[in-house]
Design a protein around this ligand. Structure first.
Ligand code: AMP
Length: 413
């Protein structure tokens, strides 16, 4: 067909090119090391789930379930959804595999793609990557504190720069229900000040008013009662213990009674880290406790706590990495096609020694091959002709080598 247009990646998605892929790998390695040493095991769940995992788990009244899910029917007419978040699937898996029979808490971490149908902007995508960690089966406040500190450690290890930690408690489901009623009443009295959207969702989810940046809503909300002032004694005590442990660890945070987070399953501790280096989408990661979620997905009553952090935003905040240490690449050039077999054998031999070796594979002239070796930043070039020579790219010295592999190894030592 004449004039077939260029096909592009779907809106809100992106390709990861090799230099970025390397940075993502390094971040994943940092997370794996940090979380592994803390006793968290790597866990994978499917990229899609039965839709009810999210409608029941995340909550039917949330933005995610109401308007952001990629939901489709499979050929058997079952409703499936590309996962918008990782906690509900892990709770589904915990119940499905009877993991309550394991020693508690069960500590897990994951990394993978997530999907939300949001309006794309800087730092907000429709497919993005999260690193997450969850601990199920214990309500000990030291686990809340441990998880918050691990996320702070991860940010520190990968160099995201200054962060702001907001912390609050969302009480238990009963307290929150009673509070939502109180807040709804209060907001009704200020209805004329509220944004269209907040007013439309007053019945469904009044707490979302705290997330609005509409000036009138903000003004109304400033004087609203706070859930943090309605905690029952055991929830208040739990929160107090989390705070003591964070204080003892020397981690700074802001108590913020307006922090509600966008998911229904949270109870007690909630927190969010923001970066000072990012724009409007400045949330690096956040999470909290979800003591009713496993049960809601058909499992036994099980407390849980966890977080998720956005890989793309972490890398944006971390900025460009320092230049890598001295190159360890070797380039193999050859004079004529007759020498390709020898060059290829040397390529294999060098790679077998664990070196980063490349050879000419695009038909360049010998001069072009040297230019290419320069571009690669090669530390050494092996030149295959009737004899084999090795050039030290640092000193410019070039000499015949009876054992080119040994000579290269010597240069790279
Ligand atoms: P949430 O559980 O919604 O707070 O998400 C946890 C983290 O994932 C956020 O703090 C962001 O860093 C990241 N994140 C969430 N949604 C997106 C998105 N649409 N695009 C990129 N990153 C996201």
């Amino acid at each position: 067909v004449a004039g077939a247009g260029k096909v592009q990646a779907p809106k809100g998605t992106f390709d990861v090119l090799p230099p970025d892929a390397e940075r993502r790998r390094a971040l994943a390695d940092s997370a794996a090391g940090l979380l592994g040493r803390a006793g968290y095991g790597e866990f994978e769940t499917p990229v899609f789930e039965h839709t009810e995992v999210f409608s029941r788990g995340v909550g039917a009244a949330t933005d995610i379930v109401q308007k952001e899910m990629f939901t489709f029917e499979d050929q058997g007419g079952r409703s499936l959804t590309l996962r918008p978040e990782g906690t509900a699937p892990i709770c589904r898996a915990y119940a499905e595999h009877g993991m309550h029979k394991l020693p508690q808490p069960v500590r897990l971490w994951y990394l993978g793609p997530f999907f939300r149908h949001e309006a794309p902007q800087a730092g907000r995508f429709r497919q993005f990557t999260q690193i997450g960690a969850e601990a199920l089966g214990s309500e000990d406040p030291s686990i809340d504190a441990e998880l918050i500190l691990l996320l702070a450690d991860l940010f520190e290890a990968v160099g995201v720069g200054p962060v702001r930690l907001r912390l609050s408690s969302l009480a238990n489901a009963d307290t929150r229900r009673a509070y939502a009623e109180e807040l709804r009443e209060y907001l009704r009295q200020h209805e004329d000040q509220l944004s269209e959207e907040v007013r439309a969702r007053l019945d469904l989810n009044p707490l979302r008013a705290f997330d609005s940046d509409h000036p009138g809503t903000r003004e109304a909300v400033a004087g609203a009662p706070r859930l943090i002032d309605r905690l029952e004694p055991d929830d208040a005590e739990h929160f107090q213990r989390v705070r003591e442990l964070l204080d003892e660890a020397g981690l700074e945070y802001e108590l913020d009674g307006t922090l509600v987070r966008g998911l229904d399953y949270y109870t007690r501790t909630v927190f969010e880290f923001e970066s000072e280096r990012l724009g409007a989408q400045n949330a690096l990661g956040g999470g909290g406790r979800y003591d009713g979620l496993v049960e809601q997905l058909g499992g036994p009553p099980t407390p849980g706590v966890g977080w998720a952090a956005g890989v793309e935003r972490i890398l944006m905040a971390a900025g460009e990495p320092e230049r890598p240490a001295e190159s360890r690449t070797v380039f193999i050039s050859y004079a004529s096609p007759a020498h390709q077999r020898r060059a290829f054998a040397l390529l294999r031999a060098l790679r077998a020694e664990g070196l980063a070796a490349e050879m000419e594979q695009a038909g360049r002239s010998l001069k072009g091959q040297f230019k290419h070796a320069d571009r690669l930043g090669a530390r050494a070039v092996v030149i295959v002709g009737d004899d084999v020579e090795v050039k030290d790219m640092k000193t410019g010295e070039q000499a015949p080598a009876a054992d080119p592999v040994a000579r290269v190894m010597e240069l790279l030592r």
